[in-house]
Design a binder for this molecule. Structure first.
Ligand code: FDA
Length: 401
């Protein structure tokens, strides 16, 4: 296709950002305040759809305890610089400037008091004040490198920019507008894309176990789950499809197909010693009674049935009680798989950060091409860390474009 030599002023801007999500909007406002003419393009009919869905509709917009240790990446040092320059405190100050009411749920996890809409409105207001233009319902058909910038052919005509920012997120939840377009752009310009997989996602179970756990559907209990050297102590939720809840979502990012999870149903308890003591003091007592005192009633009952534990404690040998403690504290579960991108909160992997500047987020070989947010190989734990990365990487690029 021949490229026109000049475009009208509203079609030749300083910066085009692809993706009106968390990272793209933050970048747009930051660049706009620096006097850059910014255009944000998105194929969706609404900006910030994932923000609206996030945190159960109340957006866990940051985590006061966020550190680089809360992120997974093949290149773990990459995220440090941006996270250090734009901290959770910075975003909190922005939230407070806009008068958004918020609450701290678990330690450090900040949520909107009312609705995620408050965060989308905050970002749209910032973009408006900064003079950034947002065009929705715009499909991007092709991107070409031209002299001093990029030319985009879109369903709304051609646009040109000096700097192009790719902020189109990962593959999770296609119904919210997710696509692999960011990875395609990276490959088009010769960047490596590391294998992607669903993260922060519920597990599915083999049919037998699913059937055995069916009576527990809807039951939640605090556990410590471990896999591949990582452990999380959070609630687990049994669903009619498998295992979910924060503990399972967290560990899913570290799980690989074929791995077995170890679930401690009584974290912090010295189960074996307690049972040995109980057998001595109350030989007629039962495991069912012990479980009832320590686990949600339905869970206790089903777990007891699952293990066929019957009779008084005095009938149990030392080795039997060791097995019981092992079952309660290292319950091995081999998931069939995960629910995949359909429900995953994030996509692990993505644009290899070794080819990007950790200061500017620009590609080393294409200094005016930037990648921010979830499209890059930086993925946070559950609890507001992913938005913190979106804000921090958006600001880092916004200050450079
Ligand atoms: P994001 O996905 O937000 O935005 C990408 C944008 O690009 C979208 O607007 C999309 O339409 C657009 N786009 C994609 N393909 C395109 C194309 N081909 N052409 C044009 N535009 C295109 N995190 C957290 O910290 N706290 C939380 O509470 C939650 N909760 C949560 C719940 C649910 C259900 C999900 C799915 C995710 C979360 N997350 C979260 C994760 C968080 O939403 C995510 O990490 C950020 O939204 C990533 O921000 P980005 O801007 O990178 O992508």
């Amino acid at each position: 296709m021949s490229v026109p030599t000049s475009l009208p002023r509203n079609r030749h801007v300083d910066v085009i950002i692809i993706g009106a999500g968390a990272a793209g909007l933050m970048c747009a406002a930051t660049a706009g305040y620096r006097g850059r003419r910014v255009l944000v393009l998105d194929h969706a009919n609404k900006a910030g759809k994932k923000i609206l869905m996030s945190g159960g509709g109340r957006c866990n917009f940051t985590n006061l305890n966020s550190t680089p240790a809360n992120f997974l990446s093949d290149n773990p040092h990459y995220c440090i610089s941006a996270l250090k320059r734009y901290t959770p405190q910075h975003f909190l100050e922005l939230v407070e400037r806009h008068g958004v009411e918020h609450v701290e749920k678990a330690a450090g996890q900040l949520f909107c008091q009312d609705s995620s809409k408050d965060i989308v409105n905050l970002l749209l207001t910032e973009c408006d004040w900064a003079g950034a233009d947002i065009r929705l319902n715009t499909a991007i058909q092709s991107i070409e490198a031209v002299a001093n910038g990029y030319q985009l052919t879109t369903s709304a005509g051609a646009f040109r920019c000096d700097s192009l920012v790719v902020a189109c997120g990962g593959l999770s939840i296609p119904t919210l507008g997710a696509s692999g377009f960011g990875y395609d752009i990276a490959r088009q310009f010769g960047l490596e894309v590391l294998p992607t997989r669903a993260g922060l996602v519920p597990f599915t179970l083999q049919p037998d176990l699913k059937e055995q756990l069916a009576p527990l559907s809807g039951v939640s209990c605090p556990v410590e789950v471990s896999c591949n050297g990582m452990s999380f102590r959070e609630p687990m939720l049994v669903t009619h499809r498998g295992l979910s809840g924060p503990a399972m979502l967290q560990i899913s990012s570290f799980w690989q197909p074929g791995d077995t999870l170890a679930i401690n149903l009584l974290p912090g308890e010295a189960v074996q010693q307690t049972l040995l003591g109980l057998r001595k003091q109350q030989p007629q007592s039962t495991l069912a009674k012990y479980l009832n005192q320590h686990l949600p009633k339905r869970f206790a009952q089903a777990f007891n049935d699952l293990n066929h534990w019957q009779g008084p404690l005095q009938a149990y040998k030392n080795s039997d009680l060791e097995d019981v403690a092992n079952n309660l504290q290292r319950w091995p579960i081999k998931p069939a798989g995960t629910e995949g991108y359909r429900t995953a909160e994030v996509t692990l992997g993505g644009v290899d950060t070794r080819q990007l500047s950790s200061k500017t987020m620009a590609a080393n070989d294409h200094p005016n091409l930037y990648f921010i947010g979830e499209v890059v190989d930086v993925t946070g734990h559950l609890g507001g860390h992913n938005f913190q990365w979106a804000w921090a990487s958006g600001v880092a690029a916004g200050n450079e474009v």
